[in-house]
Structures are given as C-alpha cells and as structure tokens.
Design a protein around this ligand. Structure first.
Ligand code: FES
Length: 293
C-alpha cells in the first residue's frame, strides 16, 4: 500500500480540469496503454501568450491522475517559457511528495507538458520525437531521458531510475547500460566538484551549504560505503555540525567512528568547508549495534 499525501488524495478523488480543450493551441501525448500509463495534455493561450486553460486525460494510477490534475493547475497563468522550466521534481513537490515507486508519474507529466509546448511551437506539424537513442526497449526510454531524470533528481541507483522512468523495469536487459549512464553522470559531477574550489564557507547560504553537503554525501561518500554493504543518511545540519546516521553494515561496524572522521568528515571538509565536523545521530546510535566488526 502506497503512502499518499493529502494533496495527492485530494487531486485523485477530485481531479481538476479533466477532459480535452476544443481547438487547443498545444497538445502533448505521452506514454502508452501498453506501458500502463498514458497522458494527453491540451492547453489554450490567452492573447498575452499565457496559458489560460489546460485539461488532461489520463490512463493510470492515483499518482498519474493527481500529477496530471496538479500540473494543469500549476501551468495556468504561466508563459510557455515559464511552463517549460517546470521539472518533475516541482510537480512532485507541489503534491507534497510522491512514493518513490510512483515518481515516473511526475516525469510523465513533465514530458506531456514539453510535448504540448513543442507541438505549439512547431505549429502542430511536428510530432513529439524522442531525443537520443533508445536504451530500454521494453519501455521505449532513451539515454537522454535517463540522463535527464538522473540529473534532475540526483539518482544514484538503477532501481531509482526504474522508479522515475520505468527503464530497467521489464526484462532487465538494459540495466547494465543504465548503470554506465549513472557512472558517467556521477563522474561528470565529481569532476565539477573537484574543479570547484573547496572552502565554500562564508559564501554559501545555508540552503546551498546543505545541498552541497548532500551532494558530497551522494557522490563522494555513499558509493564507497555501499560497496561494503553500508549506507549513510544526512539527518541534519546545525551550523558547522553535520549529523548523520549510518545504515546497513555501517550501522553494525565498530569502525563507525573511524569512518565518520576519516571518510565522511574528511570528504565534507575537502568539498564543502574545512570548518565542518560530523556527529552520529544520537537516536540511531542508541540502536543495538552488532560488534562483529
Ligand atoms: S530493455 Fe529495459 S527492461 Fe527490458
């Protein structure tokens, strides 16, 4: 059973703007019944070029209905340039979040919006075309789309990619390629981080600092811990104190203190600020540890 927010439930039980606009300015159709989800989005512009009306028809689950409904609300009153900036993360956030396994519905909403805008801008002559090369033939997902969801949502595993765009969720034959795409993007990001001078403190807002800490954990620390069956979670940031919790094998390991100082703290000091220090979350530290090492 999925955990849905009140907003998701509200838009599922009382969807807004269901239907199809007559003589629309833009039409976007994505997904297919064969893949289990399909969405058709239509919009009409006012004389100032802003979206004055939008409607949707969808075949899908509660999340597909809720994301489509909320998307039609989000884009009303926007110019097409503004609407084009909406990401799947924005749609999911607007709903107060979606279950991870349902994030592909938010991606479908963003794709339908892009297709409708493209349809308007090309005078309706050009059909929405998939960019890039198809990696997942089971669901018709291209390398460009996979890269997009990885970058937009900071994904690090094949399972997450499947949750966000379905790629890899059929025969599994494309999972190796998806892994390579993830590695490539992580490599790109690590390169960018390395090129960026560390010692950011003083120039970062709190939000930027937290984002950089999370990014460093995702890209520099987590892969090494996962390779040994462990994991790490960022719990909070209080000034220069970074509170983390260890999971999996790391939570059972008596070398946690060493990992915290020599790996986690060292990386955060290298990539974020030399003033940071790391503490383990007190609540998770109370959990019984197995000291087999
Ligand atoms: S080719 Fe991607 S799951 Fe089958």
């Amino acid at each position: 059973m999925w955990e849905y927010t009140d907003k998701v439930k509200d838009h599922f039980f009382n969807p807004h703007n269901v239907g199809e606009i007559e003589e629309p300015d833009g039409v976007g159709e994505v997904g297919s019944l064969a893949c289990g989800d399909a969405l058709k989005l239509t919009f009409k512009l006012d004389k100032n070029g802003k979206i004055k009306d939008a409607k949707f028809k969808t075949f899908g689950c509660a999340s597909a209905i809720a994301t489509s409904s909320v998307l039609t609300e989000m884009i009303k009153g926007l110019t097409l340039d503004e609407a084009a900036k909406i990401t799947n993360r924005d749609i999911a956030d607007y709903l107060g979040g979606l279950p991870e396994q349902k994030m592909h519905c938010s991606v479908m909403g963003r794709e339908a919006l892009e297709a409708a805008i493209e349809n308007y801008r090309t005078g309706g002559k050009k059909k929405h075309e998939l960019e890039g090369n198809v990696v997942c033939t089971c669901f018709g997902v291209t390398d460009k789309e996979i890269e997009r969801v990885i970058r937009d949502n900071d994904l690090t595993t094949v399972e997450q990619v499947t949750n966000y765009c379905k790629a890899g969720g059929g025969c599994g034959g494309c999972q190796g390629q998806i892994e390579k795409i993830i590695e490539k993007i992580q490599g790109d990001k690590a390169g960018q981080l390395t090129e960026t001078p560390p010692r950011w403190a003083g120039r970062l807002t709190n939000i930027q600092k937290i984002q950089l800490i999370q990014q460093t954990i995702n890209e520099q620390i987590r892969p090494a811990l996962r390779a040994h069956g462990g994991d790490i979670e960022l719990i909070d940031v209080e000034g220069d104190k970074v509170i983390v919790a260890f999971r999996g094998m790391c939570a059972q390991c008596r070398l946690t203190e060493f990992t915290m100082k020599e790996v986690v703290e060292a990386k955060l000091r290298e990539f974020v600020s030399k003033d940071l220090f790391v503490e383990e979350d007190k609540e998770s530290a109370k959990e019984p540890h197995n000291h087999r090492g």
